[in-house]
Design a protein around this ligand. Structure first.
Ligand SMILES: Nc1ncnc2c1ncn2[C@@H]1O[C@H](COP(=O)(O)OP(=O)(O)OP(=O)(O)O)[C@@H](O)[C@H]1O
Ligand SMILES: [Mg+2]
Length: 295
């Protein structure tokens, strides 16, 4: 199998591990920086070049696309798809996952549990919008926040209103959620590959913090996802069309609630903490699917 990994930097842990796992299985693999891929778009004449040479003949492309380059890199990925390449995470699925409003709507439509979420545009509606949510505390999230930045806890209704008004003033897109206190500052990252959870990691927030992100001082531990949690994680990835996903759940009194489905989940934390060969699982998954499609 000839494999391309779309990644800005071949020395990143996740990219290196995917290259290693592919080579160990006898595949040919190359890392392409999506920002150096350029394209010709013509009816029946899709072509791509990289640093002056044609890009052709790849069976599979694995995208590792950072949030800051989503638009250009998903266009590159779409071009690979149009050239007949298999990808576990198609461009449209990545775009669905990157938009919190859209992904929450799609997950809820499948009956997948989420913290109750509201969003709205007009300042005149703020009071009624917040009343749809029930009493505080609330969690206000920037639609494009990541690693816990842009996630705020408001303990009083007046604080929720003030934060919402401030974000509107900055033309930021956001959503507001019920605060799930019984999660106790922990979430569960379920690493989904195909139709199974290959590893799960519990992340616990630092003392005095409700966000469990490792970048916010949270700590990761190997964990066992229950059968229900595994089923919810796999259904969430499938609802967005992702073959590889990091699904973040919180454990609530009414069962697992999905916070986020990450389309480019990092391997370092989960492989280090759980001791699972996640990169190998991803390569096995794509090589199985590529063979399946070619039959
Ligand atoms: N509704 C909620 N109730 C309780 N805790 C929450 C809630 N939403 C988020 N948290 C906590 O805050 C952390 C960060 O929130 P979230 O994962 O939604 O944002 P992010 O990590 O910044 O963005 P993303 O995961 O989309 O990159 C979560 O991991 C969780 O620990
Ligand atoms: Mg998160």
């Amino acid at each position: 199998m000839k494999l391309a990994i779309l990644s800005r930097n071949a020395s990143l842990y996740s990219t290196r591990r995917l290259v290693e796992a592919a080579r160990a299985r006898g595949h040919s693999v190359r890392v392409l920086d999506p920002l150096r891929c350029y394209m010709r778009i013509a009816p029946g004449g899709f072509a791509m070049r990289y640093k002056g040479r044609p890009v052709a003949g790849y069976d599979v492309v694995i995208p590792r696309i950072g949030a800051s380059i989503t638009r250009y890199a998903t266009a590159v990925l779409r071009q690979f798809e149009l050239m007949g390449c298999y990808t576990p995470n198609p461009s449209d699925a990545i775009l669905r996952a990157r938009d919190k409003l859209r992904s929450h709507q799609l997950l809820a439509a499948q009956g997948i549990g989420l913290p109750t979420t509201v969003f709205g545009d007009n300042p005149d509606d703020t009071a009624d919008l917040l009343s749809l949510l029930g009493p505080p505390p609330h969690v206000v999230k920037l639609n494009e926040g990541t690693q816990g930045a842009g996630v705020m806890l408001t303990e009083k209704a007046s604080a929720s209103r003030a934060v919402v008004e401030t974000l509107r003033g900055l033309y930021a897109s956001f959503l507001v959620q019920e605060f799930v206190a019984e999660a106790g500052g922990a979430d569960l990252r379920c690493f989904v590959v195909g139709d199974r959870v290959v590893a799960a990691m519990r992340r616990q927030a630092a003392e005095g913090e409700f966000r469990s992100n490792l970048h916010r001082g949270g700590e990761g531990f190997a964990a066992e996802a229950s059968a229900e949690e595994q089923a919810v994680a796999v259904r969430s990835a499938q609802a967005l069309g992702l073959g590889v996903a990091g699904v973040d759940l919180i454990r609530s009194a009414r069962g697992p609630l999905v916070l986020e489905v990450n389309s480019t989940p990092g391997l370092e934390g989960v492989e280090g903490v759980c001791g699972v060969d996640v990169a190998g699982a991803i390569i096995d998954h794509v090589s199985f699917h590529k063979n399946y499609i070619n039959q």
